[in-house]
Design a binder for this molecule. Structure first.
Ligand SMILES: [Zn+2]
Ligand SMILES: [Zn+2]
Length: 267
């Protein structure tokens, strides 16, 4: 799909303002002691196709369901206040040279981690649901007690207890994450972050990690990757509908060195 018409298409995209956007996906790899890079522009046409689909309001085929068996929400929820979200597209080639396009949304859409046709998260969703079923009722029990409690000292004990339980559950969720890279390595947080960065909430849930993990898992060679925002402007007003952005510095940059290792790029 990256054919002879590419130049004309890219000129058209530049006239539409994409030249002001940030670009490529970069990661400083400690193993190779250099930056691995995936360019952006080869994914812009696939991005436009995805945007056309999102504009129809459809995120999945009719009748599709998420990990809890619920119907998939309409993409128009993304235009409700604070409903906007980052999306991403990776264009890669499989072992036979055929072009494969992967799509991802950041975090969850309408409470769903798994939507048919989209990259899965970096953990087993069934294992996540079973952790939730095991440990969440206790947290909700403490919350209920807290709501009924009027004595300050007792309340503060409950607040601390709930925070400790939530932190422990968060650690259990984080323990489910596995990262595939293009050098054929499979790592958890200690391998990916190399002890330099703490795991924080939402880390590993952005589009770039989902796209790269799925590409590596399927043996695809990434040719291009782009992330864009879709929907209502975020509260901080740092994200604009249809604008493209580089993978974020705070949650993604620390992961990308490991995740990009093994891609065929130029030094
Ligand atoms: Zn990110
Ligand atoms: Zn490397």
């Amino acid at each position: 799909m990256v054919g002879g018409g590419g130049c004309l298409l890219l000129m058209g995209l530049e006239m539409m303002g994409f030249e002001h956007s940030e670009g490529e996906t970069r990661g400083l790899c400690r193993r190779c002691d250099r930056v691995h890079v995936v360019p952006r522009d080869g994914a812009l046409r696939a991005m436009q196709a995805l945007q056309q689909e999102l504009a129809t309001g459809r995120l999945a085929e009719p009748g599709a369901t998420d990990e809890r068996g619920r119907p998939i929400v309409d993409a128009n929820v993304l235009h409700q206040p604070r409903g906007g979200k980052m999306f991403g597209v990776l264009v890669g080639r499989d072992a036979g040279g055929s072009v494969v396009v992967l799509r991802a949304f950041s975090g969850q859409v309408g409470g769903a981690w798994s939507i048919p046709g989209w990259c899965p998260p970096l953990f087993d969703v069934g294992a996540w649901l079973s952790l939730e079923a095991t440990y969440d009722p206790e947290i909700r029990g403490v919350t209920a007690k807290l709501e009924a409690c009027e004595q300050d000292a007792a309340r503060s004990v409950l607040v601390q207890r709930r925070a400790a339980l939530s932190r422990k559950l968060m650690e259990r969720y984080h323990g489910l994450y596995t990262f595939h890279n293009f050098a054929g390595r499979l790592g958890g947080w200690p391998q990916v972050l190399d002890g330099e960065t703490r795991v924080s909430s939402g880390m590993g849930d952005c589009c770039a990690p989902k796209l790269l993990n799925e590409a590596a898992r399927r043996g695809l060679a990434p040719a291009a990757l782009v992330e864009f925002y879709w929907g209502a402007t975020n509260r901080a007003k740092t994200r604009t509908h249809k604008e493209t952005y580089s993978p974020c510095a705070e949650k993604c940059a620390p992961l990308l060195g490991f995740m990009l290792c093994g891609i065929r790029d130029t030094p």
